[in-house]
Design a protein around this ligand. Structure first.
Ligand code: C2E
Ligand code: CA
Ligand code: CA
Length: 735
């Protein structure tokens, strides 16, 4: 900072001394050189202090201009010091030359934040002075305020100075009000200084001593302003408006016209000349103002327009919605999304994409009612706001738009419809709800869809769950061990009733939702690319936890489910190798379960991977068998070792002889291919008995145990004797 706290005080003292000097000069006889020297010295102080103030970084601009004005007015005391001559006329001339500088300072102070120098402001001021002078001439003709003997030039000079003073004061007052400086004490000091010098000047008529009084008044005024420049201000930032200049221009115009009319009757030509020039100046100013306004309107328009399509942009939408909220009007909103836009963009290039968007915009615009506001709010998303429409009307319009775009642009749209309640709504929320409706339409394959709060709640719930999942996977191994639970369900030999294997089934111990079954989150895991991380974690956990388990001295097999993406993930083989190596598990104890759908997602790759797995000795199980459509030929090529009969068969095998026949045939075929058959979902003894009769090898289901946490499973396993009691003696095979 240029101002240390001590410096302003020194300047204040100097200014105070200079004021005393001015007082002394007024008390001394006018023609003494000492008086001239005192005045000149005091004036110099004012100039220097102002120049110092001009070095401030923020609002220096005003002090710089005032310093300039002080220099110009200072010509008079310097001349008086040198020549001993003083003239009111010379002072008037200097003041007249200085006032535009002070005026410019004030106007710029008003705008110092933007530093826009607006020539129009100067024109405004000049025209106002001329109009005022014209009015003064008319007044002088009627009321003879100034001495009757004065020549025209003297009258006009006096009036010009007076007019300038009036305009300067008026400008200072306007700046104080419009420029947010009304609470700035410096502004008030300037106002007091200008008012004081104006008052003194209005009494000067060219009497002896008037020139000194006038000079002293100006020097004092500049000293007060110089004092103001030592103070720190509290400017309040205010946006520049074109309102004040416009009002000012109108007042000047009105005044000039009045002068013209009045002067016409009085018969002089000077006033007419002043008023005419004022009107000319103000006309220029108004033209400038209009151009400024047009530019403003243009830039506002651009700020609200989407460059690509020429419709409104997101800002325009927000504004429209806020406007509707403000007016308490009901309205409806459409959210449109172009179907398969990404494909067009990717395949045919961005130009084609841009062109498509333009054509969609035109087509939608044509299909909409005239009062609808169309905006593009993102890549291929458009939003429409329709004031005064209810839900039914909105759906009808949406359908029309959909048809029009399908016919004209030959592309589908997904349109979400949301009606906006009258009297207050949250624009962001509505946009999100319309978006949810659009999403519903999109998942239904396009078309129009109305907002449904249940669907929306589900979507939001899913989104929250996805966020939690991502956070969990991102948090790493430790957190996953805390929240991810693996439950184990035994697989028993149907004849010996010994436990031979165990299937690992994942659960999520969610911090607020409790224990979540796999079907509530697995599709989200897959959808959001988190499956690999989860599978790696589960495989490791399952092998670690189940490794010690055995029944009757025979270690258990451990079955782990693989999703479609996990099977074909390039890292799977490495992962399996690493886990086998780390845990020392015999590869033959590990069973990877894959479904037919998983295999069919990429049959060739799946075949290659499964061969690689079995080459390592790892077993492969075909899960949910019977629900898919894989061809038997494909299954023959698969190096699988196990077939899991889907629960749907198991459940019906007791009641439906045809199902029993299918199962029997399947089991026979599987055995011929060297596969072991496990029946899933065995819930009662009778079913188990039938399955045993159909030659099924193993059984898994609630009959034996539900999936259990590791500790409980170990306890269940240890209670093997009791298990035999409950289940009873094995029935002979081939019932
Ligand atoms: P799945 O592989 O067919 O697993 C068997 C499902 O049947 C399990 O459901 C199990 O609790 C249930 N179940 C077992 N016995 C009975 C019974 O007697 N009656 C009835 N009604 N159901 C029985 P869960 O644990 O809810 O798992 C559902 C599915 O989630 C699994 O079907 C599997 O596709 C998937 N899944 C589970 N854990 C994992 C995993 O770690 N990774 C992957 N990728 N998928 C998993
Ligand atoms: Ca399974
Ligand atoms: Ca299954």
């Amino acid at each position: 900072m240029t101002n240390s706290p001590a410096r302003p005080d020194a300047r204040v003292t100097v200014v105070a001394l200079a004021c005393v000097a001015v007082g002394a000069a007024l008390l001394l006889p006018v023609d003494r050189p000492v008086s001239s020297a005192l005045l000149a010295g005091a004036h110099l102080v004012a100039v220097l202090v102002l120049a110092r103030g001009a070095q401030r970084r923020t609002d220096d601009v005003v002090w710089r201009w005032f310093a300039g004005a002080a220099v110009v007015v200072g010509v008079q005391p310097v001349l008086a010091l040198v020549t001993g001559e003083r003239s009111l006329g010379l002072l008037g001339g200097c003041v007249l030359a200085a006032i535009p500088l002070a005026y410019q300072g004030l106007v710029r102070w008003n705008r110092f934040r933007t530093y826009t120098s607006d020539p129009g402001d100067f024109l405004n001021g000049l025209s106002a002075v001329l109009a005022c002078t014209g009015a003064g001439i008319v007044a002088q003709q009627r009321f003879h305020v100034l001495p009757a003997g004065w020549p025209d030039w003297k009258v006009q000079l006096w009036l010009l100075v007076a007019g300038s003073m009036v305009i300067l004061l008026g400008t200072a007052l306007t700046v104080a009000g419009v420029g947010g400086l009304s609470r700035d004490p410096r502004m008030w000091l300037i106002l007091v200084a200008l008012a004081g010098v104006g008052l003194v000047s209005s009494t000067l008529r060219g009497h002896p001593g008037d020139a000194v009084r006038g000079q002293a008044a100006w020097t004092l005024a500049f000293l007060v302003i110089a004092y103001a420049s030592t103070r720190r201000g509290r400017p309040v930032p205010v946006a520049a408006t074109s309102q004040a200049p416009a009002v000012g221009a109108l007042i000047v115009l009105a005044l000039a016209v009045v002068v013209l009319v009045a002067d016409g009757r009085a018969g002089g030509w000077h006033a007419t000349a002043y008023a005419s020039v004022a009107i000319l100046g103000i006309t220029f100013r108004v033209v400038h103002l209009v151009r400024e306004l047009a530019q403003l309107a243009e830039s506002r328009h651009q700020a609200l327009t989407d460059e690509l399509t020429g419709v409104g942009n997101r800002r325009a939408l927000v504004r429209e919605l806020e406007d509707l909220v403000g007016r308490g009007l009901p309205a409806a909103m459409l959210l449109l999304d172009v179907d398969h836009f990404k494909e067009v963009n990717d395949r045919q290039g961005h130009h084609a994409g841009d062109d498509l968007l333009r054509r969609v915009a035109v087509s939608v615009r044509r299909a909409l009612p005239v009062d609808a506001v169309l905006t593009r709010i993102g890549g291929d998303e458009f939003a429409v706001v329709m004031p005064g429409r209810d839900e039914d009307q909105a759906v009808e319009i949406a359908a029309t738009v959909h048809r029009a775009v399908a016919a004209q642009v030959e592309i589908g749209l997904s349109i979400g419809v949301r009606s906006l309640p009258a009297g207050g709504f949250d624009p962001d929320r509505l946009l999100r709800q319309a978006d949810a409706a659009m999403y519903t339409a999109k998942t239904a394959g396009g078309g129009v869809s109305l907002y449904d709060c249940e669907v929306d709640a589900r979507l939001r719930d899913r989104a929250a769950l996805v966020a939690d999942l991502k956070a969990l996977v991102g948090a790493g191994e430790q957190q996953m061990r805390r929240e991810i639970a693996v439950h184990y369900q035994p697989q028993l030999d149907v004849v010996t009733r010994r436990v031979v294997g165990v299937e690992a089934l994942v659960r999520w111990q969610h911090p607020t939702r409790g224990l979540l079954p796999p079907l509530t989150f697995l599709d989200l895991v897959e959808e959001h690319g988190l499956m690999d991380a989860l599978t790696a974690h589960l495989l490791q956990r399952a092998v670690e936890e189940s490794r010690p388990w055995s029944d009757g001295g025979v270690p258990l097999r451990i079955s782990v489910n693989l999703s479609a993406s996990s099977l074909t993930h390039p890292g799977l083989l490495c992962l399996v190798d690493r886990i086998l190596e780390q845990t020392g598990l015999a590869p033959g104890r590990l069973v990877l379960e894959v479904t037919e759908t998983t295999l069919m997602a990429d049959p060739d790759l799946a075949l290659a991977v499964t061969h690689e797995l079995t080459r390592r000795g790892v077993q492969l199980s075909i899960d949910d068998y019977g629900t898919g459509y894989s061809s038997l030929a494909y299954l023959t090529d698969l190096p699988a070792t196990e077939l899991k009969l889907d629960r749907a068969f198991t459940m019906r095998v007791l009641a439906e002889p045809r199902t029993a026949e299918i199962v029997e045939a399947t089991v026979a075929l599987a055995h011929r291919l060297g596969l072991r058959v496990v029946a899933e979902g065995v819930e009662d003894e009778a079913t188990l008995t039938v399955l045993r009769g159909l030659d099924v090898d193993e059984s898994q289901g609630y009959l034996h145990a539900r999936p259990l946490p590791p500790a409980e499973f170990a306890a269940w396993l240890a209670a093997g004797a009791r298990r035999d009691q409950v289940v009873g003696a094995p029935a002979p095979r081939g019932v």
